[in-house]
Every structure is written in structure tokens, then in C-alpha cells.
Design a protein around this ligand. Structure first.
Ligand code: C2E
Ligand code: MG
Ligand code: MG
Ligand code: MG
Length: 285
């Protein structure tokens, strides 16, 4: 009798692990088919220049339009894609689609727009990455100056020597490099400084408490000051409120991205936004 509750707990534990991996397994099989069935879709979130009020660029964010489950967030499937290696063909599709879309918008006479694409660690460590990016730029006809690649600190520090070489190649081509989710990694600034990059994206976790938590204000102010002296641009992600926006504007942040201006949009909705010429209201600072 005494043993039973523990036993049950144990069985429950096994069952829940089993259910979890079963679900992951099914998702993996479906993900393999999803590429062929064209179930992935890119959404675009504007990046707005805080001085001019103009949309300067867009971050391409992948969604999975699952036939039964509806739209699935990348938070749910990117880690699995990374683990299984499916991120390589998926990332290839994302890069091609994003560059193609940017070129189409340019051809339609919409002002030149910079497109940002996220690269996962596994993609970044592909030995043929730089050739592959060059091929896609040729294929889609996108000028490399309009491509931006977003990488996290942890991706870079895995293999610093080859990361530096890869970034130098990208930089020589005119591609812009951003450090995504800045401040959440464990890398020391002394280590980060050897990587040639152009932009720091302040992680949403600091931005969301701005004007509420003085520690986040201090961290954000410090990142902005440091970036200015290192001649880096700063983008704040996850800006949702006017007070966050005013704080960032007051501290000379270059660009913002967040629900306050616009959530990620389908290509059609994004083109509509561009054609209305929606400008960020230039607030008196
Ligand atoms: P990320 O690159 O840091 O992208 C920013 C995320 O913040 C996006 O989530 C975006 O929708 C969300 N966001 C933007 N503004 C706001 C805001 O004001 N409030 C809140 N609460 N959220 C905001 P999303 O689209 O779910 O993407 C999550 C992550 O998945 C991305 O984080 C990126 O790491 C990864 N991801 C998305 N697309 C791709 C892709 O094509 N390739 C790779 N390797 N990773 C991707
Ligand atoms: Mg990103
Ligand atoms: Mg980010
Ligand atoms: Mg993030």
C-alpha cells in the first residue's frame, strides 16, 4: 500500500515524458513535410528610425501555418528544427523568401527596405554559409546592402575564430550584422568586441520594464552609451508603450521595433502599411 502512491507518481512521470517526446516526434515528421507543402510563411515586423519616423527595415519572422493546429509560433518549432537539423533547409527557404520579397517591394517602387533574417547557431556553423548567402543574393537580385543578419551572442562565441572570419566576409560584401537579444547571453564585452558587427538589438526583457524598473533603465542607458562610443547602432525590440518609446528616444536609441508601432505582419499587410506611408509620429522630446 505504502509504495503505491510513489509508484503511481513514477508512472505518471514516465507517461508525461513519453507523451512529450511523442508530440515532438510527430511535430518533426510534420515539419519535414511542411516545407514541401509550403506551410511556412514569413511575417514582417517594421523597424522604425526614431529620428526620421520612417520604416527603415523589416525583420522576417517565420510562422508555421499548420493545417490542423493553425498558426504555430517559431518559439515552438525553431528549437526542434535546430535539434533535428531541419533548420538548415528551413533557414534556406527563409533567406530566399525574405530576399525575394525585399526585391519585389523595391521593384514596386516602395522605398529601399532593409530585410533582416535570423540565423540559428546550426545555420551559422554551416561551412558553406557565406557562398550560400552570396548565391541567394545573386538569385534574387537583392543588393547585399539591404540584407541584415541577426545572430545571438551565444552563436558567435561557440567558435570565435571561424565566426570572426565569417562576419568579415559578410561585412566585406556590405551585409549588416546585428547582435540579437543583446544582454541575455553570458559573453563578456571584452570577448564580443573582436567580432565585426554593426548593430546591437537590446533584448525585449530589458525594454518591457523600462520606466517601471530603474535597474532596466540603468542597463538600457549603459548599453546605449557603450554602443555610441563603439559607433554601433542600437535597435530596441519589444517596444509596447509610449513611455518606453519616449525613454528610448530621450537616450538616442536609433531604431525601435515593437507592437507600439506594429506587430509582425503578413507580406500583404506589410505592403499595405508601406503604401499608406505610415510614419512614426515624431514626438516632441
Ligand atoms: P527574435 O529574433 O528576438 O524576434 C523578436 C520576437 O519578438 C518576435 O517573436 C516578435 O514577434 C516579438 N516581438 C516583437 N515586438 C514585440 C512586442 O512589442 N511585444 C512582444 N511581447 N513581442 C514582440 P516571434 O516572431 O515569435 O519569434 C520568436 C523567435 O523565434 C525570434 O526571436 C527568433 O529567435 C526565432 N525565429 C523567428 N523566425 C526565425 C527564422 O526564420 N529563423 C530562425 N533561426 N529563428 C527565427
Ligand atoms: Mg531577431
Ligand atoms: Mg531579438
Ligand atoms: Mg528575442
Amino acid at each position: 500500500e505504502a509504495k503505491q502512491p510513489g509508484n503511481r507518481r513514477y508512472q505518471f512521470y514516465i507517461a508525461s515524458i513519453g507523451a512529450k517526446s511523442q508530440e515532438a516526434f510527430e511535430l518533426e515528421i510534420q515539419m519535414r513535410q511542411a516545407l514541401e507543402r509550403q506551410e511556412f510563411q514569413l511575417y514582417y515586423q517594421p523597424k522604425v528610425n526614431l529620428l526620421t519616423g520612417q520604416i527603415e527595415g523589416a525583420e522576417a519572422l517565420v510562422r508555421w501555418n499548420h493545417p490542423q493546429r493553425g498558426i504555430i509560433s517559431p518559439v515552438e518549432f525553431i528549437p526542434l528544427a535546430e535539434k533535428t537539423g531541419l533548420i538548415v533547409p528551413l533557414g534556406e527557404w527563409v533567406l530566399r523568401q525574405a530576399c525575394h520579397q525585399a526585391r519585389v517591394w523595391q521593384d514596386q517602387g516602395i522605398y529601399p527596405l532593409r530585410i533582416a533574417v535570423n540565423l540559428s547557431p546550426r545555420q551559422f556553423n554551416q561551412s558553406n554559409l557565406t557562398n550560400f548567402v552570396v548565391d541567394i543574393l545573386h538569385e534574387t537580385g537583392l543588393n547585399p546592402h539591404y540584407l541584415e543578419l541577426e545572430l545571438t551572442e551565444s552563436t558567435l562565441v561557440q567558435n570565435p575564430e571561424s565566426a570572426i572570419a565569417t562576419l568579415q566576409t559578410f561585412k566585406a560584401l556590405g551585409i549588416r550584422i546585428s547582435i540579437d537579444d543583446f544582454g541575455t547571453g553570458y559573453s563578456a564585452l571584452s570577448q564580443l568586441k573582436k567580432f565585426p558587427f554593426d548593430v546591437l538589438k537590446i533584448d525585449r526583457s530589458f525594454v518591457c520594464q523600462l520606466t517601471e524598473d530603474s535597474r532596466d533603465e540603468a542597463i538600457t542607458t549603459a548599453i546605449l552609451q557603450m554602443a555610441r562610443s563603439l559607433k554601433l547602432k542600437v535597435v530596441a525590440e519589444g517596444v509596447e508603450t509610449l513611455s518606453q518609446l519616449n525613454f528610448l528616444k530621450g537616450h538616442q536609441c536609433d531604431e525601435i521595433q515593437g507592437y507600439w508601432f506594429s506587430p509582425p505582419l503578413s507580406a500583404e499587410a506589410f505592403a499595405d502599411l508601406l503604401s499608406t506611408g505610415k510614419k512614426f509620429p515624431l514626438l516632441s522630446s
